[in-house]
Design a protein around this ligand. Structure first.
Ligand SMILES: C[S@@+](CC[C@H](N)C(=O)[O-])C[C@H]1O[C@@H](n2cnc3c(N)ncnc32)[C@H](O)[C@@H]1O
Length: 289
């Protein structure tokens, strides 16, 4: 299997300005923030970062830490845009800014995959604050957005309103992703595309436990059952786990062996504005027609 890099280029409201010494400097609209980035082992382009805030991690590797500000930053967030989609960005306790900017090249490529279909039906699993859902909706897809968190789905709906897209056909579903997909399989449903961004560990609304390594194969098998030879894609991204792109590529290759189309895999990377250097953020694998 060939591995590819899918490269996120800077856009008006987001850019990776500089990186190095285990940190990165990014712009989110008019604000600049520093976040930990263990993979940035190189030296930064400049030492003068002048950020509005910085997330300093706690001593435990798993999620501790908090934001420190050098200038006032609106606690309720501020609006950003990606193409037609408008959404709220804010400094979250989970060290990110309320959306995942490195997903932009994925949204772009999936929009191309469905460009010639009339009202394709696409499911976004672990859809979080909905920027991917709205990116595909704006390209004409009928969307099913699934996330376990009521708060994330509420933010996704608020982002739909901010984008003037409340009337678009989107089903907003607060449910355990694996449970929902299992139910869709039993109902005999089909989709034109499925996008999934599972966390390493998560919980459904009724306490259902999601563990990536244990639960991904079953979820992929059920997703495969929702797709057919007229479908266009399944796109899987995986963050923050010790896992190779080849491993998830081979998983998809096996699950999609009986469908026409191709499977490939690779790294999701963001291009640094200072030097053009590529910072890896995630791995991905996809089946497409
Ligand atoms: C976007 S994914 C995480 C991927 C992310 N890029 C990361 O760094 O880990 C996180 C989303 O998955 C949701 N989630 C977690 N467990 C879930 C489950 N069992 N079913 C559905 N959604 C779940 C969370 O509510 C959250 O919005």
């Amino acid at each position: 299997m060939n591995l590819h890099t899918l490269i996120g280029e800077p856009w008006r409201d987001y850019g990776l300005l500089d990186s190095g010494d285990g940190r990165k400097l990014e712009r989110y609209g008019g604000y600049r923030f520093i976040r930990p980035e263990p993979q940035a082992m190189w030296a930064p382009a400049t030492l003068d970062w002048g950020a509005d805030g910085e997330f300093i991690p706690g001593s435990d590797e798993d999620g501790g830490g908090r934001w420190y500000y050098d200038r006032p930053v609106p606690a309720e967030g501020w609006p950003l845009a990606w193409n037609e989609v408008r959404f709220q960005s804010s400094c979250t306790p989970f060290r990110h800014l309320g959306f995942f900017p490195d997903m932009a090249p994925v949204w772009e490529s999936l929009r191309e995959q469905i460009a010639d279909k009339v009202e394709p039906e696409v499911m976004n699993l672990f859809g979080y604050t909905g920027v991917g859902t709205l990116a595909l909706s704006a390209a004409g897809a009928k969307m099913v957005h699934v996330d376990a968190s009521r708060k994330s789905v509420a933010q996704a709906r608020a982002n739909a309103a901010l984008s003037g897209m409340e009337e678009r056909p989107v089903r907003w579903i607060v449910e355990d992703a694996a449970k929902f997909v299992g139910r869709e399989v039993r109902r005999g449903r089909r989709y034109d595309g499925i996008l999934l961004d599972p966390p390493k560990y998560g919980r459904g609304p009724d306490g259902e436990v999601w563990r990536l390594e244990a639960d991904l194969p079953g979820l992929i098998a059920n997703c495969r059952a929702l797709l057919d030879a007229d479908s266009r894609f399944l796109f899987l991204t995986v963050y923050a786990v010790r896992m190779s792109a080849l491993a998830i590529g081979e998983l998809l290759k096996q699950a999609f062996a009986d469908l026409p189309g191709t499977v490939d895999a690779g790294e999701l990377v963001v291009r640094e504005e200072a030097r053009g250097l590529l910072l890896p953020t995630a791995i991905w694998a996809r089946w497409r027609r």
